[in-house]
Design a protein around this ligand. Structure first.
Ligand code: GLP
Length: 247
């Protein structure tokens, strides 16, 4: 059963999400934490950095695994997800860089990189809590519509709508610059996390969130495949919740 918390705006979502994550770290300093990129979690990372500065949370023993990375972008490329994570969180807290994992977009053998990523997650004991966003088309990480429920970390093609969504000037300014492929954790990889925390903000996510939570699970909406998870929390703002069935 999913727990849905609806807050006024994105800032409140960021505060609540950061408090949720910090509380999990404080309960288990060796937490294995799954992370996401995109505009949605940016505020949460800012809040976590603030909580760290004020002495309210330490990442010293935390291990992280990110969801995805663009194929072809190295960690020094400003639009790579590794770069995003360094800038938004890792450089601002006391995490050991060796304990942060993002699939490499420039691995010589991307399929082997994906298999190694799954192994690294297993070797760490699995993910305790995975922070997630949702795409306007219902994608989770880069699991686009049609992704199998038992999918694992792999190389995928991005859809035109995801390329368009990510080239609206927030990250890339031209669709031609967005890589066409990515490495992504699969739906099964994500579902195996012991807890999931999905964030959604803004009206553009309202239809996807409605589809993900109010309708029977379908491959057309990858996020809906997470519905049956036994520990799924959704924190969203009023705009993203505007099409949700009353609960
Ligand atoms: C991107 C990422 C996802 C992210 C989603 C939403 O393409 N691969 O992990 O959750 O799209 O991004 P945003 O938060 O910027 O709307």
């Amino acid at each position: 059963m999913a727990i849905v918390q609806v807050l006024k705006n994105a800032q409140e979502v960021a505060r609540a999400a950061a408090a949720f994550i910090a509380q999990r770290i404080n309960a288990n300093p060796k937490l294995v934490l799954g992370l996401a990129t995109g505009s949605t979690p940016q505020g949460t990372y800012g809040e976590l950095a603030r909580l760290h500065r004020s002495g309210n949370v330490s990442f010293a023993a935390v291990t992280t695994f990110n969801l995805d990375e663009y194929l072809g972008l190295g960690g020094d490329h400003p639009q790579s997800y590794r770069f995003f994570m360094n800038e938004n969180l890792f450089n601002k807290v006391d995490i050991d860089p060796a304990k942060t994992h993002v699939p490499s977009g420039v691995a010589r053998d991307p399929a082997a990189e994906c298999a190694n990523y799954e192994q690294a997650i297993s070797a760490a004991g699995g993910v305790d809590l995975w922070l997630l966003g949702i795409g306007q088309n219902g994608h989770v990480a880069f699991n686009e519509p049609g992704s199998a429920a038992d999918s694992r970390t792999r190389v995928v093609d991005l859809t035109e709508d995801t390329i368009a969504a990510n080239s609206d000037g927030r990250f890339f300014s031209r669709a031609e610059d967005v890589p066409r492929k990515a490495l992504t954790a699969g739906i099964a990889t994500i579902r195996e996390a012991r807890s999931l925390l999905l964030l959604a903000t803004g009206e553009k996510k309202a239809a996807a969130l409605h589809h993900a939570l109010d309708q029977p699970p379908t491959l057309d909406c990858p996020a809906s495949l997470l519905q049956a998870h036994r520990d799924l929390t959704i924190i969203c703002d009023e705009a993203a919740a505007s099409q949700l069935r009353a609960r």
